[in-house]
Write a protein that binds this ligand. Structure first.
Ligand code: ZN
Length: 246
């Protein structure tokens, strides 16, 4: 799981440079990892092959379109982006990136990605903690966002990623009811549960993702990522007091 990808240095914990992404992809290729495609997912084969990888970009920043798409194509990889339906073409309001503001992909970019074999998934509507939502709110965030993105890309939206990776049973039930095939958590996910798929986040500090491919180090990574994820609990404070300063 990545967030933003940028071709220049960006003071953001969630931005990975396109050079580093290239390094990661090269390593995956050299180690013989297969890329899971949109078709594999439609056929239900996410967990079929142990030596396969599915790359996702949360929040669908336009940096991914400009700086990740060309690199991914170079290595023959496709991926999924998760767009918060209420932020299509708008500036981000929750990631802390002083001196610059990240923008989310617009309709055209999402359509192009989808045509290029990428999967466009939903990521709620307002990027809120869904565990705190009423039934009506869950319906808007999970079902309405699906419909809105489907109307744009003209394809079924069947992947969902929980904002901040946060979910509970009630949230999962709504995801199922709205007709999604898979839903993604972060380090708090459960292996082999198609509605709370565990993902490993990569940050600019991950000069080499080799430990990720090694079971022994994987636990350490999970622990680190849990700590980083828990920092997102600070988002409401950031939104309220800091964000408007930039
Ligand atoms: Zn997000």
């Amino acid at each position: 799981m990545y967030h933003n990808i940028s071709s220049k240095f960006e003071l953001s914990f969630r931005s990975v440079s396109s050079n580093l992404l290239k390094k990661h992809l090269k390593l995956l290729k050299n180690k013989g990892f297969n890329n899971i495609t949109k078709l594999d997912l439609i056929k239900g084969g996410l967990f079929d092959n142990k030596k396969s990888v599915f790359i996702t970009f949360d929040d669908a920043y336009e940096g991914v379109y400009y700086s990740a798409l060309p690199v991914m194509e170079e290595f023959g990889f496709s991926a999924a982006v998760f767009i918060p339906a209420g932020y299509i073409g708008k500036f981000n309001e929750w990631d802390f990136t002083p001196f610059s503001r990240l923008r989310h992909m617009d309709k055209k970019m999402l359509i192009n990605l989808s045509k290029n074999g990428w999967v466009v998934g939903a990521h709620g509507s307002t990027h809120t903690d869904l565990r705190k939502c009423s039934n009506g709110c869950l319906r808007r965030e999970i079902c309405d966002s699906k419909k809105k993105i489907e109307d744009i890309i003209g394809e079924e939206v069947f992947l969902f990623a929980y904002p901040f990776g946060l979910y509970n049973e009630k949230v999962i039930d709504m995801v199922k009811n709205c007709g999604y095939k898979y839903a993604f958590a972060t380090a708090n996910g459960i292996t082999n549960n198609r509605y709370a798929i565990s993902r490993m986040a990569l940050y600019f500090i991950d000069a080499s993702p080799i430990p990720l491919l090694n079971d022994k180090y994987c636990r350490l990574y999970l622990f680190r990522n849990r700590i980083i994820s828990s920092l997102s609990a600070l988002t409401p404070i950031y939104k309220k007091y800091i964000n408007h300063l930039w």
